[in-house]
Design a protein around this ligand. Sequence first.
Ligand code: CAO
Length: 268
Amino acid sequence: SKLTKGTLAQKPYDGATPPLSTSKVFPSIPEPVIVKDKMEPIKGFQKTMVKTMSQSLAIPHFGYCDEVCVTELVMLRSILKKKAGERGVRFSFMPFFIKAASLALNQFPVLNSSVDEKCENIIYKSAHNIGVAMDTQQGLIVPNIKNVQNLSLLQVATELNRLQELGEKGQLGSSDLTGGTFTLSNVGVIGGTYAKPVIVPPEVAIGAVGKIQAVPRFDEQDNVVKSHVLQVSWSADHRVIDGATMSRFSNLWKSYLEDPTSMLLDMK
Ligand code: CAO
């Protein structure tokens, strides 16, 4: 058989595998974005990123990763997504990740703290102002949801919707962009599993979640079952947070997400 440009070659049908479609057209080769060297100034949000990320270089980062089975959460989210939708709210997985973080911060307040410049004092913050890394047209921004400890899941979702809409329009104000105490980054919405998140100073911890994927895992009877798995990567300031604390916090956060009804017991 002869290869025709832009179409799949026709193979003789062997009776076992489905025949290849002859009508399928190869995707065209994407044009490169840059064809000639160009220089542009670093400005706006990118300039802020240069400053913040350079400051965070002074922080000795400790990394800790784990895998979370979110099979039950995936089911619960599909129910709540519909119910929240009836109330006009987009309900992703983020409200669970954010609220579970706040519940776990109640038990591990050092992760919701900041240190002063010379690292002589720790300031424990009573408000859980949880920052969410956002990928916008203007670049990376980290607005935060204020007082997550007092909010319901629906209120967290509503606030996230508001921040996302303003972020997309480039209209976030300084009150939304300042005062964060802890950050979560959902890089999994784009793809990937593990990351190495960089702490947003003066905060002391950040978590990055990967893409929820259906994978085979063993159940308690050693049967292979389909599970939905999420990877999480934490970074913490090792000057004030040790590995054991990070690990215990992560275990608690993970337990809320693996058994999402347990969150109800601790929610106000
Ligand atoms: N795994 C699988 N599906 C995911 C997912 C994940 N980790 N995260 C989100 N999704 C799904 C959502 O549930 C939603 O699907 P539905 O339509 O079924 O609800 C869809 O993907 C789109 O989600 P979203 O982006 O609208 O909303 P979100 O609340 O999950 O995330 C935000 C919001 C702002 C975190 C995200 O849009 C974003 O910008 N992420 C990038 C963060 C980033 O750049 N991090 C790197 C920082 S360091 O440079």
